[in-house]
Design a protein around this ligand. Structure first.
Ligand SMILES: *Cc1c(COP(=O)(O)O)cnc(C)c1O
Length: 449
């Protein structure tokens, strides 16, 4: 079978995510036959380094033997069971392990099956907590500008990326948006920390004035991934935690993308030294294998729902595949790899290599910014460096880098004009240098005319 055979059939029956399908009249759709480690291989034996971890999910490569083994063992025992009224060993083990490795004070795990669903559960839990405490007026949420929390209507309402949100605005609940601490927007000479503190003043004012009507603030700590991989200083979240406690408002940390080592620590909250009231995890939770997500919360939140059935204070929320046993077994295998291979420590060398590999681009006239946080690195192409004037989005310059990368054994899927590396942790330094070379060539092609 050739690529073209399967592509022709695909385009007759499959509607792809986040895609203008008409693009595929000219942009090749790539059918993948097999994966191994960082490599994806199509039906004509072309190979691609999965530099974006298949949308930020893959941690330890494709067809990882240890994770494959865990799946085989689990399916021989139990594939799935209803989690209401029943339990199973993988979900108990996973909950204990997650509580152990996440910030102190998170002590209960509520499962769902994708990131957006975890966000929805956290939003409902926060609102319901205040209602159970006799404060039904607390029904608003605060988000940050340029944030992203998923595509279902509640999660979409909490996001602030116009491309995904604007069309559906009439369907969405209103939210209060505070300005992001995104360090890209700081003044020349201003430190990232000073900028984060300055941006926090607006958040403090919102909380001071409206806390009686606010359930929670939701943030993506350290990296706004879908928001063009913009990054900020952790001090913002240290201050936010203090303020949320002071004003009686929950803090929801959406670590769906940044959790599991992407920022250099296991969880981004560690760098701010905080415990949120809710922490949402997905993506890396199963190392890119299966859909699973979890909301971790505190005993304080849990107790607000714990009462006689007739009080109707319980959290009557569920998904069919909640706490799927195979998903939990994969998550456990993932945590074993982190522990046994000292992944967070050994990633430091890879992260340093990523930074060095693109250092030659710092002075490039069309590179407005190179930013890095742990295992995530982004290069922002601009039309004019001094003023940071972006290329018009309609020119789709990033797409040119993507097209070039496919001819050079790499999958560098851009976010607008931002090229980024968020690779599986099994990548080698040589492969990182190859990605940097391909990105450099791609940028030269993309900035022409
Ligand atoms: C991907 C993502 C989500 C949504 O997760 P899905 O599994 O795609 O629904 C939510 N928040 C952040 C920060 C994400 O990156």
């Amino acid at each position: 079978m050739r690529n073209a055979d399967i592509v022709a059939r695909d385009l007759k029956s499959v509607w792809h995510p986040c895609t203008q399908m008409k693009d595929h009249e000219s942009l090749p759709l790539i059918p993948i036959k097999r994966g191994e480690g960082v490599w994806l291989e199509d039906f004509e034996n072309n190979r691609y380094i999965d530099a974006v971890s298949s949308w930020w999910v893959n941690l330890f490569g494709h067809a990882n033997p240890r994770i494959n083994g865990a799946i085989r063992d689990q399916i021989e025992q139990l594939e799935h069971v209803i989690l209401a009224g029943f339990s199973h060993e993988p979900v108990v083990n996973l909950s204990e392990r997650l509580i152990e490795i996440t910030p102190e004070g998170l002590s209960k795990c509520f499962y769902a099956d994708n990131g957006s669903s975890a966000i929805e559960a956290a939003l409902k839990m926060s609102y319901h907590y205040w209602k159970n405490h006799g404060k039904p007026a607390k029904k608003n949420f605060v988000n940050l500008s340029n944030s992203y929390h998923g595509e279902t209507l509640g999660a979409l309402a909490l996001g602030d990326v116009a491309l995904y949100k604007d069309t559906y605005q009439p369907l969405l609940m209103e939210v209060i948006t505070a300005p992001s601490p995104d360090a890209y927007n700081r003044e020349p000479g201003e430190s990232e920390e000073d900028y984060a503190l300055r941006q926090f003043e607006a958040m403090e004012r919102i909380l001071a004035e409206q806390h009686d009507e606010i359930c929670a603030v939701i943030v993506e700590p350290l990296i706004q991934c879908a928001g063009s991989m913009r990054m900020h200083h952790p001090i913002y979240h240290t201050r936010l935690r203090e303020a949320c406690t002071r004003y009686g408002v929950h803090l929801i940390a959406d670590e769906i993308a940044v959790g599991f080592g992407r920022t250099g620590t296991m969880f981004a909250c560690e760098q701010a030294g905080i415990t949120p009231d809710f922490m949402c995890l997905s993506k890396g939770l199963t190392a890119g294998y299966l859909p699973l997500s979890v909301v971790l919360t505190t005993d304080n939140v849990y107790q607000a729902f714990y009462d006689d059935y007739e009080t109707l204070r319980a959290f009557l929320h569920s998904h069919s595949y909640t706490g799927n046993a195979i998903g939990c077994a994969v998550a456990l295998a993932t945590l074993d790899i982190f522990r046994d291979d000292h992944v967070i420590d050994s990633n430091r060398a890879l992260s340093a290599c990523m930074g060095e590999s693109v250092a030659h681009l710092v002075d490039h006239p069309n590179v407005g910014d190179i930013r890095q946080c742990g295992m995530t690195l982004a290069i922002e192409m601009v039309k004019d460096k001094a003023s940071k004037t972006p290329f018009p989005w309609q020119e789709r310059r990033g797409l040119k880098v993507y097209r070039h990368s496919l001819t050079r054994q790499a999958l560098l899927r851009p976010l607008g004009n931002v090229i980024y590396f968020m690779p599986p942790y099994v990548i080698t330094e040589e492969q990182i240098r190859h990605l940097a070379q391909v990105a450099t060539e791609g940028i030269e092609i993309a900035i022409k005319d």
